[in-house]
Ligand binder design. Sequence first.
Ligand code: MIG
Length: 601
Amino acid sequence: ERNTLAFGAEDGAIDYYVIAGPAPKDVVRAYAWLTGTAPLPPRWALGFQQSRYSYGTAAEVRRIAAGLRGHRIPADAIYLDIGYQDRNRPFTVDRSAFPDLPGLVAELGAQGLHLVLITDLHIAHAPGQGYAPYDSGEAADAFVKNPDGSEFVGKVWPGPSVFPDFSRSAVRDWWGRQYAYFARIGVAGFWNDMNEPSVFDGPASTLPLDLVHRIDEPGFAPRQASHAEIHNVYGLLNSRATYEGLLKLRPDERPFVLTRASYAGGQRWAATWTGDNSSSWDQLNLATSMLVNLGLSGFAYAGDDIGGFAGAQPSPELLTRWFEVGAFQPIFRDHADNAKPAQEPWVGPARDLEIRRRYVEARYRLLPYLYALADEASRSGLPIMRPVFLEFPRAVAASARRNLGVRDQFMLGPDLLVAPAPTGESPAPYTVQLPGPGWTDYWSDARVSGDRVVETPTLERLPVYVRPGAIIPRQPLVQSTSQTPSGPLEIAVYPGPDCAGTLYDDDGISLAYRRGDYLRQRLRCTAAPGALTLDFAAREGRHRPWWHSIEVVVHGWDGAAPQATLDGRPVDARLDAATHRLTLVLPDPGGPARLVIGPGH
Ligand code: MIG
């Protein structure tokens, strides 16, 4: 049939869900209601993460940590890829390369760095060799079978390997227990790769579709299922087993799991990334639409390998640009293939290092904004990185250019519009179409006249624009989320319509926020020429935040320095006439309060 789009499946009907909205955000929220939300991650997972296939010795890891700290690149995590293991066997450690893993974890911890370990699911088929994951899995009858009832063996990194049947709850429990040692010594997060699953000598590089799973699950009648039936949820079940296992081992710590494969709903258990991209301008550009789509699909936490995984070494400019954009993506991880030259942020000319550092720092200053978005994502399913149409459906629909903001631009939350050059390698000017008038350049405070700007690309500038009506919390620079910021919380106010923002804080790591130990506070502002009122609503939760004072910065203040009061008591207001920034330092209100700026005193 012509002009017909047909859906179907082998062996029967599919359940279809049609979500009518009407607004795009309603669709996303309803989808989250159906499939679940990504829980609040540990705060460190929002920091910069440094990875490599593979940092192969403890000395190399120390050198990377020293590089991050020595170059003053704020960072929170270092990843170990398969090279840390003994003969590529999951849940082992190559003791000659890493003689004292607990000591290394502690050393990194003292520098505010968290260790993340890869833990692939292919268990080495090593009977009688004292390899506990195989022996205990075999004893628990944990592995996927051939149709004749024998254990399926396929080739992956360790050589001949067997594959856990995650469709059985007892197998997921067994899998979770494999993390006991790493969890005990303080390894912070885990990376589940190859879980499509990837099988080097399998048909279509995966498990044969006629393999036999044995679903055994509370709430389900136990039954056999072919791998064809389980294949698409196999990665999700691997994530679930890891996440739930970690929660059992560390019952009051938020697990961090990064997965390569998943399915609808998998956001409940793991963050993801876009897999093996390569070092090209095209793929830097492609990351925007991929991550925006992952966000719309429930995956609030997604990233792409900064600098590109495969391919030739990125030019210094490409790596720098990738850091600039990555600083505004939910997961911010530099990673590269083993065949490539080094790709850490300090590789290349000093000028590039300086620019990359500046963008990583910009992200760390935005952590309170990011963290409030994480809180929102955990409750509503609204992603952190958003297509422009999610925030401004009417403006996008009404735009003459139908693709306004669809491909190259994205929003970080409701307030920041990021507009990378559509063709990164070209110095050609490009037009940034904004969703309306009144936007401000995030870096220079220049006010955009109208709703368009022409950008001429320069290496040091990633265009970021702020919504009129934004209230953005920021913090003093730290080198790691383990550091308590010293100084006031900053609240950047950009007067305009729907002027609102949110503060969110908690201890950053435990589940105490679920027991009331959190802080959520809504802010609203109303403005008139020469006047502004900022309302702090009552605080939800009982967490005491790290800040003791608040620096309110009103951007785009026209006119003279005004008078100001906080709940009737005078507050000093300092105007920088050159930047039009009005700064007021308040004691932390701790509850409902009203800041009145301008005439009427
Ligand atoms: O066959 O563990 O996507 O990030 O560095 C390659 C080695 C296996 C693929 C992952 C990549 C990782 C690599 N892995």
